[in-house]
Design a protein. Structure first.
Ligand SMILES: Cc1cc2nc3c(=O)[nH]c(=O)nc-3n(C[C@H](O)[C@H](O)[C@H](O)COP(=O)(O)O)c2cc1C
Length: 399
């Protein structure tokens, strides 16, 4: 990974927060890739709300409890995790850094956690499982073509993926205006501004041309890379995407997959109940796709309590969206989540410094969770509940 023109962090040393990794990623990436990675739907109301929802809660502090080494361990999908945090599926990681999903899987297992590999990953299911030591998890877009879905599930089974996450909040793609503005189209729209921007990122271009990880690798012809692969994968995705899928399709998927099954992309307690009672899912990810799909919908931390209350005793309730600090993880657990996922934060690390960057983001979030628990006087994540939260009393901040 050290070879060639790989981007290294030289300015200002190692980033010390997710926000600092975000700035490093911004510097490493051309504008069009940054628009894809950091963008949101419409006006970004929901993307911001995900952050604001955490800020409206305060943590309770109990002093002199003597808890110096809090226990961060938990289990998700029957697998022991060293902390209640894992990597959400993110497509096209190879655009952010050529080492893509392979680097993310390795960094996750080094940190004692897991990656949910995206359907639209830059490395195939087989490439990632061959490079990993631990069984990771697989995310499926519920495409309409059942033969294609069956084939994907069989590949996931063969690759030893330990759980399936079906993403249900993308019947159509959200409106990501920044991508269009920056020419993040297939093929890319080149303007004088984007060509100038590209010239400012020679290391990124060099690695892109060397490794050509441009496409969603799982649905292009074996071995095909580069621009032709990207066009083929986008066409395939357009063909497979089907807006009229319903609960029967999900029931069919439940029949096809015998292992742990999770639905990702719910914020409504009635939907959660239907998923548990009607489909028999093992868990749910309360998610709005990081504010990249329906704008103006509820923040995930605001949606979580009602869902946890309704089904939390019958399935694993997880959350993603807006986690940027260890204290956000702690608050999500207090509000009823068993664990959380991060999306953009680990891709910032990947973009700025490959596998080392993802490891660093995971290490800093672990340290932040641990420090928060020591300061709160809490013995471990299994002890977190609503009693550790207080509403903010500062006017518009209150929940
Ligand atoms: C660049 C990018 C690509 C994503 N691709 C996928 C995907 O392929 N499948 C999916 O279910 N979710 C995808 N997501 C959504 C994430 O899984 C997750 O829900 C979201 O990023 C969480 O919000 P956060 O970025 O604030 O942590 C993507 C998110 C980003 C930022």
């Amino acid at each position: 990974m050290a070879a060639g023109f790989q981007y290294r962090l030289r300015r200002g040393g190692q980033p010390t927060s997710v926000e600092a990794w975000r700035q490093a990623a911004r510097r490493a990436l051309p504008g069009m890739v940054w628009a894809y990675l950091d963008g949101h739907a419409d006006d970004g109301v929901t993307a911001r709300a995900n952050r604001d929802a955490f800020a409206r809660w305060r943590l309770r502090q109990r002093v002199l409890t003597g808890h110096a080494a809090p226990d961060l361990r938990t289990t998700v999908a029957g697998q022991a995790l060293s902390m209640p945090l894992a990597l959400a599926p993110t497509g096209l990681t190879g655009l952010s850094h050529w080492s893509g999903d392979v680097a993310c899987a390795r960094a996750a297992e080094a940190a004692g956690t897991r990656l949910v590999l995206s359907t639209a990953s830059s490395y195939t299911l087989e490439e990632v499982s061959a490079a990993a030591r631990e069984p990771h998890w697989f995310q499926l877009y519920p495409f309409g073509d059942r033969a294609f879905v069956s084939a994907m599930l069989e590949r996931a089974r063969q690759g030893g993926y330990g759980a399936l996450f079906v993403t249900v909040d993308v019947p159509v793609r959200g409106n990501r205006e920044a991508e269009a503005v920056h020419g993040m189209t297939v093929p890319p729209t080149l303007t004088p501004a984007s060509v100038f921007d590209a010239a400012l990122h020679p290391a990124w271009w060099w690695n892109l041309l060397r490794h050509r990880r441009l496409a969603a690798a799982n649905y292009v012809s074996s071995g095909l890379r580069g621009a032709r692969a990207a066009v083929q994968s986008v066409r395939a995705q357009e063909r497979f995407m089907q807006a009229d899928l319903n609960w029967d399709d999900l029931a069919w998927m439940r029949d096809q997959w015998r292992g742990p099954l999770y639905i990702k992309g719910l914020t409504d307690p009635d939907d959660a109940q239907r998923a548990v009672d009607g489909i028999g899912v093992d868990g749910l990810v309360v998610s709005n796709h990081g504010g990249r799909q329906l704008d103006n919908m509820l923040a995930t931390a605001d949606a979580l309590p009602a869902i946890a209350e309704r089904v939390g005793d019958r399935c694993e309730v997880l959350l993603d969206g807006g986690i940027r600090r260890g204290t956000d993880v702690v608050k999500a657990l207090c509000l009823g989540a068993r664990g959380v996922f991060i999306g953009r934060p680990y891709v910032y690390g990947l973009a700025a410094d490959g596998e080392v960057g993802v490891r660093s983001v995971l290490a800093l979030l672990r340290a932040e969770i641990e420090r928060a628990l020591v300061l709160m006087g809490c013995p471990g994540v299994s002890q977190l509940d609503r009693s550790w939260l207080l509403p903010s009393t500062t006017g518009s901040d209150s929940p």
